[in-house]
Design a protein around this ligand. Structure first.
Ligand SMILES: *Cc1c(COP(=O)(O)O)cnc(C)c1O
Length: 458
C-alpha cells in the first residue's frame, strides 16, 4: 500500500478571503453582552460590520488621509446617512451646490424634504452665494470636488471657510475626483462621500458607497449645536455618542450604529472585496483616464460640431487656478460637450456611437456617453436645469481605458451627422496630446471662440 501524500500547508493567500457570513459566534454570553452593548469591539451581525467591509473602510480612510469611514450599499445611501446624522434630529437646513449629481438633488428636494430637511442651492463658483444662503439652522454645506456632469471645480477653500464660520459641516462628494486626484479633507471638508460604484470599483460591477470622516469636525467645539452627539441618550446607554466613540468619531458612530443599523443600507462582504480589488489599480486607471479625457477635450474643442467643451482646462483662468491651488493630480475622466445642433441631431449623434456605449454610469473601464437632460438629470425643474448649466445639447462622457485613437475615431464618425471636422487627428497626435493643464491655453485653436465663458455667466 502506498502512503497518501500529506496535504500541502494552506499558506497565506495574497488576496484576502471573503467572509460571507451574516452572523458571528461568541464564546460566552458575557462576551456577546459586552459587544452588543458596545463596551467591547467585535462583529455581531453583518449589517453593522464585516471583516471585508472593515478592510475597505480602512483602505479608503487611508487614501483620504481621514479618521474613519462607513461603507454603505450605494453612494445614495452614503449621502443619506450623512444628511440624517447631521440634520435628522432637527429639521436642519442644507446649502447645496447647484452643480450636483441628479440623485442627490432628488434626495434633497424630494425624499428628505418630506422629512423636514430644507435646502437652498448656491453656485459652487461664487462663495458669496453660499454666504447669502446661510440661516441660523444651517447644518450642512454640500458640494462636489469635480462636479458631475460639467466637470467644474468649486471654490472649496472659500466655501469651507464660510461654512465653519457659521457652524456648518462641509460635506464633499469626491466621487469624480477620487482620493488619488484630490483629498477634500486638506481643503476644509469635514465629511467625504464616495459612490464606490464608480472609480473605486472601476469596472462597472457592484454598487457601493462610503461616508468618510476627515477628522476635521469636532461637535464638542459647539456642543449646543449638536445635542444628539454631545448629550446622554438611552440609545447609547445613557451616555453621549461623544463619550462612546470619542469627539472625532461620534458622527460616524451615530451614522453606523443608529442609521445604518436601523435603516439597513449596508455593504455586502462580496461587494467590499470587489471594490478593494478595484482600488488596487485606482491610481493607474484615473491617471490614464484623466490624460485621455484631457486629450479628447482638446480635440473636440476644435471640432465644428462642438459648441463648447466642459472640462477644467476650458473653464477659464479661475478654473485653472483652482486646479493648480487645489493640487489636483488630474482632472478626472468625466467631461461634457454642448453640441452645435438641434435636439434631433444630438440624438442622431448618440445613436451613431458604436464603441462608446449609452449608459448612466461613470468611472467604468469602458467609455460611456449619457444625455443628462434625458437621463441622470431628467427630474430637475426648469430653474434647477438652468442653474445646472446642462442643456438639451449637453452630452457627458466618461472615459474608459480604450486606446484614445479608437475613442476619437468613434466620436468623429458620430459627429459627422452634424459636421465633418477638417481632419481627424492621427493616432500619434492624440496619444501625444496630454500636456499639463496650465500649458493648455497655447494649444487652443485661434478660430475657437467660446460662446459664453463660465465667468460671464454671473
Ligand atoms: C453615482 C453618483 C452618486 C450616487 O451613487 P450610487 O452608487 O449610484 O448610489 C452620488 N454622487 C455622484 C457624484 C455620483 O456620480
Amino acid at each position: 500500500m502506498t502512503e497518501q501524500p500529506k496535504p500541502a500547508p494552506l499558506g497565506t493567500p495574497i488576496v484576502a478571503p471573503i467572509h460571507h457570513s451574516a452572523a458571528y459566534a461568541f464564546n460566552t454570553l458575557a462576551d456577546a453582552r459586552e459587544v452588543f452593548a458596545q463596551r467591547a469591539a467585535g462583529y455581531t451581525y453583518a449589517r453593522t460590520g464585516n471583516p471585508n467591509v472593515t478592510a475597505l473602510e480602512s483602505a479608503v480612510t487611508k487614501l483620504e488621509r481621514a479618521e474613519c469611514a462607513v461603507a454603505t450599499s450605494s453612494g445614495q445611501a452614503a449621502v443619506t446617512l450623512a444628511l440624517l446624522a447631521l440634520t435628522g434630529p432637527v429639521n436642519g437646513h442644507v446649502v447645496a451646490s447647484s452643480h450636483l449629481y441628479g440623485g442627490t438633488v432628488d434626495l434633497l428636494t424630494d425624499t428628505l424634504a418630506e422629512t423636514g430637511l430644507t435646502v437652498t442651492f448656491a453656485d459652487p463658483r461664487y462663495p458669496e452665494e453660499w454666504e447669502a444662503a446661510v440661516r441660523p439652522e444651517t447644518r450642512v454645506f454640500f458640494l462636489e470636488s469635480i462636479a458631475n456632469p460639467l466637470a467644474d471645480l468649486p471654490e472649496l477653500d472659500a466655501i469651507a471657510e464660510i461654512a465653519h464660520r457659521n457652524g456648518a459641516v462641509v460635506v464633499v462628494d469626491n466621487t469624480v475626483a477620487t482620493p488619488h486626484l484630490f483629498t477634500p479633507g486638506e481643503h476644509g471638508a469635514d465629511l467625504v462621500i464616495h459612490s464606490a460604484t464608480k472609480y473605486l470599483s472601476g469596472h462597472g460591477g457592484p454598487l457601493g458607497g462610503l461616508l468618510v470622516d476627515t477628522g476635521n469636525f469636532d461637535p464638542t467645539q459647539d456642543p449646543k449645536r449638536w445635542p444628539w452627539l454631545t448629550t446622554p441618550h438611552p440609545r447609547w446607554g445613557d451616555r453621549s455618542p461623544v463619550e462612546v466613540y470619542g469627539a472625532k468619531r461620534a458622527l460616524l458612530g451615530v451614522a453606523r450604529c443608529k442609521y445604518l443599523n436601523d435603516l439597513g443600507p449596508c455593504m455586502t462582504a462580496i461587494t467590499a472585496h470587489e471594490i478593494l480589488q478595484g482600488i488596487s489599480t485606482l491610481g493607474v486607471r484615473v491617471e490614464r483616464q484623466s490624460a485621455t479625457a484631457a486629450s479628447l477635450a482638446t480635440t473636440l474643442n476644435r471640432h465644428p460640431a462642438v459648441a463648447r467643451v466642459h472640462h477644467p482646462q476650458f473653464g477659464g483662468a479661475r478654473q485653472e487656478e483652482l486646479y493648480e491651488r487645489g493640487g489636483y493630480r488630474g482632472a478626472g475622466g468625466v467631461f461634457s460637450v454642448d453640441l452645435n445642433g438641434t435636439p434631433e441631431q444630438v440624438e442622431a449623434v448618440v445613436n451613431s456611437l458604436r464603441l462608446i456605449k449609452l449608459a448612466a454610469n461613470i468611472g467604468d473601464v469602458r467609455t460611456l456617453v449619457a444625455h443628462p437632460a434625458s437621463m441622470t438629470h431628467c427630474r430637475l425643474t426648469p430653474e434647477q436645469f438652468e442653474a445646472s448649466g446642462i442643456t438639451e445639447q449637453t452630452l457627458r462622457f466618461t472615459v474608459g481605458l480604450e486606446d484614445v485613437a479608437d475613442i476619437t475615431a468613434d466620436l468623429f464618425q458620430a459627429l459627422s451627422v452634424i459636421a465633418d471636422a477638417p481632419e481627424a487627428p492621427s493616432a500619434r497626435e492624440t496619444a501625444a496630446d496630454p500636456a499639463p493643464l496650465h500649458a493648455r491655453e497655447a494649444h487652443r485653436d485661434s478660430h475657437y471662440q467660446p460662446k459664453d465663458s463660465v465667468h460671464d455667466h454671473h
